[in-house]
Design a protein around this ligand. Structure first.
Ligand code: PHE
Length: 340
């Protein structure tokens, strides 16, 4: 019996099999246990001898099981360590990285250009009062320019006043002039809202406003500043820039700025090709606007400009449709080089 049981212990291939051998030998109905039960039927001398022999077998088997268990556990641990070995020389898995949004990239680019000219960045709220968005900018209640703005109105407050989602960044001109005295040299990139939606209009879009106020600021400063900006932004040193008379209630005189382009074969190219493309509005700050903001127009004058950020980004990168700017489609982002 002893040899037979020890052989079984040796043959157990894993811990589970060994446990089965233990149960079959030392368990409640195991072979040694069963034999122990038969000892009661023997006479005392035979019982003692058989008992001692059986106990010796039991001890030997118990010891053998323990030894075998330790060996199997060692082997299992070795196998696991082998399986789980880490190859520290493997290259890391590539991780996708987030990128700056194309609109933010464009804001960063134009901010860098204006900062080199001495401008600082200012901000204002997206939700404006009617006063800042219109009235202070010389657009009174009955002015036709109000209709052109496709304004989003919020629910009226207790006094019946309706706030608006700002239709342009120009209200920040007023806020800046109220906040600190001239000289002022700021640009204001930010969100703007108009109820308009097609391939080139989105109800939410971005503008950058510019405002310079000082004692001797004149139209020449406006022209020099915007010509330099256009050439730097589009990266074309000889880019033609044209100032075309226009009208805005908050500037006088006003000028829209056109840059040179070509439209041959339906494809738009920026550069010196003989055709023109409008890119921004500008003008000398209307003296009434200075006065509205508490600045003496007999002492100070200024110029202001405003342009659509999506629009200039579309022109710079040759993007025909505005809507994908807000889709985060990786194929589109890669195609235009916004993501490597
Ligand atoms: N606020 C004007 C617009 O949204 C742009 C502009 C800004 C024009 C400043 C002149 C001066 O169309």
């Amino acid at each position: 019996l002893r040899a037979e049981l020890l052989a079984e212990v040796e043959q157990a291939g894993d811990l589970e099999a060994l446990e089965q051998v233990r149960i079959g030998t030392l368990g409640k109905k195991g072979r040694i246990t069963e034999r122990m039960k038969t000892l009661g039927g023997l006479d005392p001398d035979a019982r003692r001898a058989a008992g001692q022999a059986l106990n010796a077998v039991k001890d030997a088997v118990t010891a053998a099981i323990e030894t075998r268990r330790a060996a199997l556990a060692d082997a299992a641990l070795d196998a696991r360590l082998g399986r789980e070995r880490i190859d520290v020389s493997l290259p890391p898995r590539p991780e996708p990285h987030g990128r700056i949004h194309p609109i933010t990239q464009t804001i960063d680019e134009l901010t860098a250009i204006f900062c080199q000219m001495g401008f600082t960045v200012a901000e204002g709220p997206d939700i404006e009062s009617d006063y800042y968005n219109f009235t202070a900018l010389n657009i009174p209640e009955d002015h036709p320019a109000r209709q052109e703005h496709d304004t989003f109105y919020l629910q009226p407050d207790a006094e019946g006043r309706r706030k608006v989602l700002r239709t342009h960044t120009s209200p920040v001109q007023i806020r800046a002039m109220e906040k600190s005295p001239p000289p002022i040299r700021i640009i204001v990139p930010g969100r703007t809202f108009r109820s308009d939606h097609d391939a080139t209009h989105s109800p939410m879009f971005h503008q950058v406003e510019g405002l310079v106020v000082d004692k001797k600021t004149h139209m020449g400063h406006l022209k020099g500043c915007l010509i330099d900006f256009c050439r730097a932004f589009f990266g074309i040193d000889d880019l033609p820039v044209r100032f075309r008379p226009s009208y805005f209630p908050f500037t006088e005189p006003s000028a829209e700025v056109d840059i040179g382009c070509s439209r041959r074969g339906g494809e738009l190219k920026i550069g010196n090709y003989g055709d023109w493309l409008e890119i921004l509005g500008s003008g000398m700050v209307n003296p009434r606007v200075l006065a509205n903001a508490g600045i003496d127009p007999s002492e100070y004058q200024g110029f202001a400009f405003g342009m659509g950020i999506e629009r200039i980004a579309m022109l710079k990168y040759g993007i025909p449709d505005l809507r994908p700017f807000y889709d985060s489609d990786l194929r589109w982002l890669r195609h235009y080089g916004f993501v490597p």
